[in-house]
Write a protein that binds this ligand. Sequence first.
Ligand SMILES: [Zn+2]
Length: 273
Amino acid sequence: MVEFVERHPRLFVLTGAGCSTDSGIPDYRDTDGEWKRRPPVTFQQFVGHERARKRYWARSLVGFRHLRHARPNDAHHSLASLERRGRIVQLVTQNVDGLHQAAGSQNVIDLHGRIDTVRCLNSEQRSFREQLQLELARRNPNFASFDAVEAPDGDADLDDVAFETFEVPACDACGGLLKPDVVFFGEGVPAERVQRAMAAIESCDAMLVVGSSLMVYSGYRFVAAAAAAGTPIAAINLGRTRADDLLTLKVSDRCANALLRVLTSRRPTPSAL
Ligand SMILES: [Zn+2]
């Protein structure tokens, strides 16, 4: 991996849940790429059923409490450091936790949006999740004290609670449906984000996948595009990825370990920060 990074000065980096597990945010999938827990709510369920929305927000009220205290780990810090050294042309993340930015990365495409932002599906008004969190807790004091296992998108496992009584506020401005500003299953990634990422692939020397099983097409498509263009691809991931047969190099290790080795064994250069 050290040699791969040294040989390719301009990297396109794609990160996934494995990058954030050392920050205490659990992964969705096991090492065979299978679901570890019930698959998350789909866009169609969320928009179509009030009960699904109540259930989502009740679980999320609990899950978000853990998520907002998460801090970047050595994987995020290492990637921020590589960017400062001018080594990363673009970082694209499938994570919604904002931890790359918290570590200091500047040039980040949040492919699946951000969990700290809420969007009105009617007026497109965006607001801070932190504000909604307070309102959800105020309206649902019984739920605010529940604890549960947290999931990667701020959702949580709260299965035996009756959700009918849960109160979900509407948009302040227009009364529309509020949704976390993250891409749900069954929902497309905004085309503009995909186009920007695809454009960056054309100007990179190599692609580095960090902590993703690439089971979801939204991330896999970038690897497929790079492979079609003959761009070398390396991946750091515990367990199998959907793109194993497209990889030039595969390192099965924790993201933080592998990236720290890359950073510490790089020959110091005058421009290194
Ligand atoms: Zn609205």
